[in-house]
Every structure is written in structure tokens, then in C-alpha cells.
Design a protein around this ligand. Structure first.
Ligand SMILES: [Zn+2]
Length: 222
């Protein structure tokens, strides 16, 4: 694990921080792909885990969710509008092209089983000392976790900080094949930029400590 801020650790489940989960207090945010359970629990080690939350119910974030919630008997907390997908497992059906070959690959090798949700998260709810910010677009129920005190934002996939071809850090919008509503997601980018986050933690790529860069990016993506 890499410590990002007070009580915030990044758990990388793939090399080069291609896919990340986070430990915030005793809550696990996101859970990689379906084979990530072991590596996540190993990295967390002896630290207590009392809840598991998702930024959004896509296969590279909910992969090991069911396994970890069942194994530890902890509640599953998901953005209200992503609850039906988290519980049904019908992720592909929410995508712009449900039959895209990359999606079929992810469904086969990445996606974890569905799992009943214990807590639906909405704007203003609290998880640990973070506040929920609803940021739809990449999924209907996508949420971010925001701590104003030190400006830490767990941003999920509203933005990415990696070029998926070169694997080098690069700020960008999430890939369109996985984003049902790119226009709505752009509004969400502006919403998080307006918070002026000091540290942004992404689902994909290394954390970014440059509020100006986020601000400029939001301005560019009209
Ligand atoms: Zn993702």
C-alpha cells in the first residue's frame, strides 16, 4: 500500500497503478477485478476492515467485492443509482455498446459476482470522514469521496490519470466505450474541479497533487 494522506492508502491491484483500490480508515473503496481479493487483503494485512464501498459498479471496481464482503462479513455500500447493477450483475447492459469485444473480455475475466447492497450512498452521506459527492456519467450511480479538511478526493473514474496504451500518467476522460453518458460525466468533472482538490486519487493511474491541472482540464473539456 502507498500512503496518500492521513488514513488514506492506495492499494494497487495491477502493475503501474493501472487499477487501484483505496483503504480509507477501515473502509475499502473499490475492489479491483475478480482475482484481486487475495492481493487486496494481503496489502491490508492486520488492519481492521469494517465496510466496503464502491465508486461505481464496473467490473474493474467490483471484481472482488462479493468475495471480500462475504469473507469478512462487512456491509457493501454503493451509490444509490448503481445499486440495481451491483445486485443484478448486469453491467454490460448499461454500456453504450453492450456487445463490444473489450466488454466481453472484461465480463469474462474481470467481473465479479453480484452481491446484495447493505447501504445506498447519496449526495452528502458520510463514509468515514469523507462526504459523498454524486458524479454521474461514467455510470448512473458513480460517486466520489471528498474530505474538505485536507482536500483529498477519491475520484473513481470521473477522470483517469493514465494512458491505457503507453501506461504513462496522463489526465483524461474515461474511455467512451465504458461511459454511458460522456456529457453528464463532463458536468461531473467540472463539479469535482470546483472543489479544488489538493490530492486526487484515481481508479486508474497515480494520485495527482496539482489542483491547477484538474482545473485547466475541466476548462478544456467543454
Ligand atoms: Zn474503472
Amino acid at each position: 500500500m502507498i500512503q496518500i494522506a492521513n488514513d488514506v492508502f492506495q492499494i494497487s491491484v495491477m502493475p503501474r497503478q493501472l487499477i487501484n483500490a483505496y483503504l480509507v480508515g477501515s473502509t475499502l473503496i473499490d475492489a479491483g477485478i475478480k482475482t484481486s481479493g487475495g492481493t487486496i487483503l494481503r496489502q491490508i494485512g492486520n488492519r481492521p476492515l469494517t465496510a466496503h464501498a464502491l465508486t461505481h459498479a464496473h467490473s474493474d471496481h467490483q471484481g472482488a467485492s462479493a468475495e471480500i464482503c462475504k469473507k469478512l462479513g462487512i456491509p457493501y455500500c454503493v451509490g444509490a443509482k448503481d445499486v440495481p447493477v451491483a445486485e443484478s450483475g448486469r453491467i454490460a447492459e448499461t454500456m453504450p455498446n453492450p456487445h463490444h469485444p473489450v466488454l466481453a473480455f472484461e465480463q469474462k475475466y474481470w467481473e465479479g459476482p453480484s452481491h446484495p447492497v447493505d447501504r445506498a450512498l447519496r449526495e452528502g452521506d458520510k463514509v468515514e470522514d469523507f462526504v459523498i459527492i454524486e458524479t454521474p456519467g461514467h455510470s448512473a450511480g458513480h460517486i466520489c469521496f471528498w474530505r474538505e479538511r485536507d482536500g483529498v478526493l477519491i475520484a473513481g473514474d470521473v477522470l483517469r490519470n493514465v494512458n491505457f496504451f503507453t501506461t504513462m500518467p496522463e489526465l483524461g476522460e474515461p474511455p467512451s466505450i465504458f461511459t454511458p453518458d460522456p456529457q453528464e460525466n463532463r458536468k461531473s468533472i467540472k463539479k469535482i474541479a470546483a472543489l479544488k482538490p489538493q490530492v486526487v486519487c484515481f481508479g486508474h493511474g497515480p494520485a495527482l497533487r496539482d489542483p491547477q491541472k484538474i482545473f485547466e482540464f475541466a476548462k478544456r473539456t467543454g
